[in-house]
Design a protein around this ligand. Sequence first.
Ligand code: FE2
Ligand code: FE2
Length: 251
Amino acid sequence: MIRVAAVGDIHLGEDSRGTMRWHDIDDRADMLLVAGDLTRHGTAAEGRVVADELSGCPVPVVCVLGNHDYHRNQQDQITVALRDAGVVVLEGETHTVEVAGRRVGIAGVKGFGGGFAGRCATAFGEPEMKAFVAATATAAARLRDGLDGLSALRADYRIALLHYSPVADTLLGEPPEIYPFLGSCLLAEAIDDAGADLAVHGHAHSGIEAGRTAGGVPVRNVAQPLIRASYTVINGVPTAATCPGPGGSPF
Ligand SMILES: [Fe+2]
Ligand SMILES: [Fe+2]
């Protein structure tokens, strides 16, 4: 069984020191995934608080940044602080965690918006619109490449870690008018094209926890305002379809 602790949207401020609670995470999970929006306003000072808080976590921590972490254009300083604290920060890269002799590969991107099938933004018209769609397409391509790379590395399980949602399923409860700013179907297409066992995202504070891509990959929204806990644990139970052999999902 692969046990993944996950949380997003912790939104720590400079007054948040000492607030992260790990409880018995090392008894309950093999790693912690953090799905972006680590800070409130995206300052380097907040990033140092996040780094100090996450450095106390007794299991490996892998994260992506969220839109809040970009707000002051200090995302690079935030990333350096996190990496100096031993936290893995992914933006188009991959990371592998060894769990009981099995390799769990994580491909991470922040992602971006654009909306979902039938109502999604297209690269048409003004250059601003083309730039908006291109940002999402680039993120999706990097996610696809990361998952393909994990496949080439023969990772036993592959997880897509995002801030923005790849599906509309987990946005239920959010105003439909803002769906295009909460995620994009291009991210789900990348996940389904490359294959994955699980996708984890945040950003949708008022959404719901569970969804699925059109290709059947389980999707979990772990935004902290939604899960109302320090983290949630996603247990991946190997099934006959996945262990051994291709297809299906252990999550
Ligand atoms: Fe958030
Ligand atoms: Fe966000």
